[in-house]
Design a protein around this ligand. Sequence first.
Ligand code: MN
Ligand code: MN
Length: 476
Amino acid sequence: MADKKKTEKKAKKIAAEYPNLYKEASKTDIKTAFEFAEDYKAFLDISKTEREFVINSVEACKELGFVDIDTKKTLKAGDKVYKTVKGKGFLCAVIGIEPCSNGFNILGAHVDSPRLDLKPNPMYEDHETVYFKTHYYGGIKKYQWTTIPLALHGVFFTKDGKEHQICIGEDPSDPVFYITDLLPHLASEQMGGKATDIIKGEDLNVIIGGIPVKDKDEKHPYKQAILEILNSKYGVEEKDFVSSEIEIVPADKARDVGFDRAYIAAYGHDDKCCAYPALMALLAQEKPKRTCVTMLTDKEEIGSYSNSGAQSVIYENFLMELLAKNLGGIEKFNMLVYRKAMEATKMLSTDVTSAYDPKFSSAFEANNTAFMSRGVKIEKYTGARGKSGSSEANGDFVSQITKILADNSISWQTGELGKIDIGGGGTISAYMAKTGMDVLDMGIPVWSMHAPIEVISKIDLYYLYLAYKAFIENIR
Ligand code: MN
Ligand code: MN
């Protein structure tokens, strides 16, 4: 009798479950998630480039009383400061009740996305059409960038030291730009080639005009006409392209996907769908226990180099400045105190991951892949082959985080990018871990990552915000 009872006992719930959040979440939570998505889409539409994202982050911070860190001599609990990194990276912080020497709680994301940059001498005329030569930035499938409406975003710096912002193709009344592809009727040879060669790097030439100046003696009347437009509108001469930073991005705005609007299609979800909630989680802080920092970096898609990439010391300078000013002024800085604070610092490297795609199931190992709408993904390590290039998080740190998520009723999923032998990738975590801080990669899944238009789930985006907020408020 006793034995029978034992066998009838329900199995203890110890097996992992990763529920779909649209199935699990309350109606109210889904409604809140949809509202959060509206704010995100609006922010994203005006923040397609790293420069624009930084400008709008400064704006959002200032509205809540944040000031440039340079204007403060000392920092006390509740103070709110920010710093821009060459106009392309950004840092903001809310000083905690505990001294900064106890360590920081950091959220880090990148705000650059794959795109087409202009070559330094980009303009040419060919058979009565004017083009820009481009050089692609980040890992792209080149053929995906043809036959879609494109917009120009960026900045010219002219000889007189002036900065000229440019954004063409986003207003419905603006023209757009375009890269052609070959008609299928004549493409049998092209289509038989390798996908990497269907459109070559040197084929990503953007159409920018086709009406000549009337001057009969002009050798390149079509190009001349476009130069004249640029000169009259922006005061730019052809040689000013060398000191410009013009990016070509899809002209579309963020749009809902599906009859039920479960998803968002947009340019630049990688990594702005993490950068935005990381910024919002910071902006929600008033007087946190530990000093909270959000850092938004540039150049992640090409290795985090340059003085605006995560490898730049400028990001650390900000942390040093927080510490010194919290100790009473920059002259109070002590390197060992700083190093010890770094050892006690906890960070989430917030970047997107691949979403399982049933159409391409052979690329994924289903037990170790993130699924759309199952919430945030804990990625203990990234890297390629034998975890090469990875910054693996320490198990005890991961367990601290899973406990915080559980305490806040935030379900999570886990896994790797894809199957071991077919590829890999990295994030900013390795550069941050070097300082001694604990770092874990956490983001949400994306379909068609690095395509001109990528897709995320609204419910994932909202739970990512909740997870980031729970992390910076509770980790220590
Ligand atoms: Mn990324
Ligand atoms: Mn990326």
